[in-house]
Design a protein around this ligand. Structure first.
Ligand code: 1CP
Length: 546
């Protein structure tokens, strides 16, 4: 009864692929209970109808041939018993139970319980049975009950609150970043920096010299070691898992490699709608859906987004291992690229200054671009949710290509999907802090005051104090925004720049700002001196201390 609707579930396309409806793992249990009850009732009704509309005969079940219990059984069974009557009797000793049909195959003594109209019901009952099955399947499909596999059910327990995930890891000894995001008082300004793991560290270069870039990402042990490296040198207040935003397109089946001096290069960048339809088709066929029409495949992909995110298990393993090994020194940040930024990468295929290909997509294939962005959003959201379950304590969404579009178009092609990602994530993990980085897009800040993100990460072109006032007025915070170029100055000057940046924004530091995390406007460069990062960390922590 439970399997048949579940098998049919995969045959019938979903009516509402919208995540809102979710599957039972995301929905109240009553839906699951109702589905099971509905299936059971339908089946029981059909079976009872079938039995009750069958002609009956009376049989005697007896230890001797004279006494015993009279039972009503379907006539066909009685006829069978009758046929076996002599062998039954001769084959059994007198003490054994015997069954004797009192009325034989002829209709002389058989009792017709139902007549006329009942005969029609008897013929109809198999049909009723099938209808009940379809009904149960459609009902279950609506609530996507059967689409929830056992793994999702297991995850249900983890999805409730981050506190439940926390119990599996060593206690957090430094929660300054989390306090800052929540707007609580801090005893020092917290700091982490983008690309704190990377080639500027000699130990990173040494450890990675014989390891291809994405193979580093795919090895939880390597990713863990690289994430921990900067902690051996600096008193950082957060770690960011070593990975890359481009592992998501890889999980969607797109081939990308990291070429030294060029950055990420896609084997077949998306240039036509047919190419993307093939991506959808291939993804679905990996999960057993082989006959999806182009009209239905995007919605089907969305309904399978959690399955697609499974392909990134190595990231989740890396997060779990790293958080364990971090041993509570600082919280661990998980991340994804924004749907828009990933769209730029997959359409351009390699570094570009003109953004020709992505511009062609948005201007010539507007509707189809939204289709791709929507699928990406659902996959990114599921990817982030899985990172939280694996141990990520903060999430950051990198809209690294936010500056490709003018503000109005960014609000059309990036903002809705940034928000979609955060909304889906927050629905599952309501207390996970989320930071959005709209790189080099100053206009984005205003839009993000009214979004599910807790913080915005800003670049040096913005006035830190002003953005901080704007964001804190709506209960949100700011991360940023020292120019990374300042790291090319001598060590003492670097410390001075930190002090100046903070004083300009927050005064003399007698009161430390709430809802603020120090960071660079963008990442560390390979030729920067690690000592200078050490000086920054010290200067930030010393700020406001007499
Ligand atoms: O071998 C190397 O060291 C290559 C450099 C490198 C590193 C260290 C790349 C190549 N990716 C990473 C790791 C990485 N990438 C991390 C974790 C490490 C950390 O930050 O401490 C993170 C968070 C990212 C995220 C990432 N990858 C972004 C978003 C941040 C940003 O810079 O805007 C982007 C855009 C990428 C793509 C990427 N990865 C690497 C390169 C060269 C690029 C292309 C950058 C570009 O297009 O300009």
């Amino acid at each position: 009864f439970f399997f048949v609707p579940s098998i049919m579930m995969h045959a019938i396309p979903p009516n509402e692929p919208d995540h809102e409806e979710g599957c039972a793992a995301h929905n109240p249990t009553w839906k699951a209970v109702a589905t099971v009850a509905f299936c059971t009732l339908s089946m029981t009704f059909a079976v009872v109808a079938l039995l009750h509309t069958t002609e009956r005969s009376t049989v005697l079940v007896s230890p001797s041939l004279r006494h015993g219990t009279r039972l009503q059984v379907p006539r066909a069974i009685a006829m069978q018993l009758d046929a076996r009557h002599p062998p039954l009797l001769s084959g059994y000793p007198s003490s054994a139970s015997r069954v004797r049909a009192l009325n034989s195959g002829s209709s002389t003594q058989s009792t017709k319980i139902f007549q006329g109209g009942q005969e029609a019901l008897r013929i109809l009952s198999p049909l009723l049975f099938v209808l009940a099955l379809i009904g149960a399947a459609v009902f279950a499909r609506k609530h996507k009950f059967a689409a929830c596999n056992a793994k999702n059910q297991d995850n249900l327990a983890l999805m409730v609150t981050t506190a439940e995930v926390d119990r599996k890891f060593p206690p957090l000894k430094n929660d300054t970043v989390l306090k800052a995001i929540k707007g609580e008082e801090v005893d020092r300004i917290p700091i982490w920096v983008m690309r704190q793991t990377g080639r500027y560290l000699p130990e990173y270069r040494e450890f990675t010299k014989d390891k291809e870039f994405f193979s580093r990402c795919r090895s939880p042990e390597v990713a863990c070691e690289l994430t921990l490296q900067p902690f051996r040198r600096f008193d950082l207040d957060a770690g960011i898992i070593f990975s890359d935003i481009l592992v998501v397109p890889q999980a969607l089946g797109l081939q990308v490699s990291m070429v030294r001096g060029m950055g990420p290069v896609f084997a077949r960048p998306l240039r036509t709608k047919e190419q993307w339809l093939k991506v959808e088709r291939d993804m679905l066929s990996r999960y057993g859906v082989t006959d999806a029409s182009p009209e239905a495949s995007a919605d089907l992909c969305i309904s399978k987004a959690a399955d697609f995110a499974d392909a990134l298990g190595y990231v989740y393993d890396a997060i779990t291992l790293t958080r364990t090994k971090l041993d509570g020194r600082a919280p661990l940040i998980g991340f994804t690229g924004s749907p828009w930024t990933l769209f730029v990468y997959v359409t351009e295929g390699r570094k570009t200054k003109s953004y020709t290909q992505v511009s062609k997509w948005v201007h010539c294939e507007e509707e189809f671009s939204h289709r791709i962005l929507k699928v990406m959003s659902h996959v990114c959201a599921q990817y982030l949710i899985r990172q939280v379950e694996a141990g990520a304590q903060i999430l950051q969404v990198f809209d690294s290509h936010a500056n490709v579009l003018p503000p109005k178009e960014w609000a059309q092609f990036s903002l809705p999907y940034l928000n979609m990602v955060a909304e889906i994530v927050k629905k599952e993990c309501p207390d996970i802090p989320m930071i959005c980085l709209p790189k080099n897009a100053h206009f984005a800040v205003d839009y993000l005051t009214d979004s599910p993100y807790d913080m915005v990460s800003i670049d040096p072109t913005l006035d830190l104090g002003e953005v901080h006032r704007k964001m804190t007025a709506v209960g949100k915070g700011v991360q940023g925004n020292m120019a990374p170029t300042a790291l090319y100055a001598p060590k003492e000057k670097v410390s001075e720049t930190v002090k100046e940046t903070l004083e300009e924004a927050f005064g003399d530091g007698s009161v430390l700002p709430k809802r603020y995390i120090f960071n660079l406007g963008s990442g560390m460069n390979p030729d920067m001196d690690p000592e200078n990062l050490g000086a920054i960390v010290e200067a930030v922590h010393d700020f406001g201390k007499k």
